[in-house]
Design a protein around this ligand. Sequence first.
Ligand code: PEP
Ligand code: MN
Length: 369
Amino acid sequence: MLLILHPDIDENGEEYHRTLEHLRALPRIELRTHVVQGQQQKLTEIYLLGDTHALDKSEIEALPGVERVVRISEEYRMLGRHKDEKRNAGFDYNGVTFSQDNLHVMAGLCAVDNQRNVEAMMQALAANGQQCTRMGAYKPRTNPYSFQGHGAGCLPWVFELAGKHGIRVIAMEVTHESHVEEIDTCLEKLGRPTGVLLQIGTRNTQNFELLKAIGRQQTYPALLKRGFGISLNESLNAAEYLASEGNSRVIFCLRGMKSDAGAPHRNLVDFAHVPVIKRLTRMPVCVDPSHSVGTRDAAPDRILDLAQVTAQGVVAGANLVLVDFHPNPREALVDGPQALLLDELPRFLEDVALCRETYEKRQRLWNAC
Ligand code: PEP
Ligand code: MN
């Protein structure tokens, strides 16, 4: 059972105190409090875990601090979209709102290589009105002899360049909890010129200790990639790990499934699941066309497969597009062949905007009585 308390309730006040006193006295019920700080108000949610079937909903609703009570299913307790509830999804981070109702593009380098390329990328993003990017510093690689990213060494100049070009959020994969520490120490030292969205890669979707560590910290939101060889349910449970530890600022990212059936694409594109995730959970949904498709191939109409699958995701209501670009893909140390070029950025953004407009029109069409 989920209790939503009055907005901005005072934790030292009488209302809160009396409510908590009543709840703590309930037999065989464990309480978990969850505070969501939005731009306008602070929302306190209390989850009652255990034998809640016998509880009288209206009795709980009558407690002085309680605004609303929702009976929740066992699945995806914190991130799930439960029956009869329309809580707004999403969160604000460093001045950017991520939700199921809007759309951002995170274009950038798969892997940070040198300052020149990072600066060229950020300059192009700024010139095109973008506030988000992707920059890989810690790269999990199949082959142990492949380049694994510059790690902590590149963070100071990546963050400084981001600040210089007005980039507010960088999606950056972490493969170990020590990477979160390194990012945090560096940002703090620089006076937080930018923000980081902690990316959990497809190879780590079920790295439960990493999920718990990222879930325990509240400083950074997370972007969780779907596991490439597990069920959707298993990946959504992985997201729930983050929330159950305290961090419900989670974006769920589709990036294709490992299957020969996807060939000649790198993975079998799974963007048909965009609406499924929006209906099962309250998480914003991201699509990653680059790691799904993996090539720059195009049909005779000259539209790249990469742009086609992006369109499929956006037309279906995706909230974020994570996509590889590179100023000079031949120089790229990771995934050069799938990178879009900087002079393709305005066209790509325009295509995304067209698709978003179409989605909004479709939404109006299906909502008209
Ligand atoms: C990436 O986005 O850089 C990446 C490695 O993606 P994935 O975990 O989906 O393979
Ligand atoms: Mn990559």
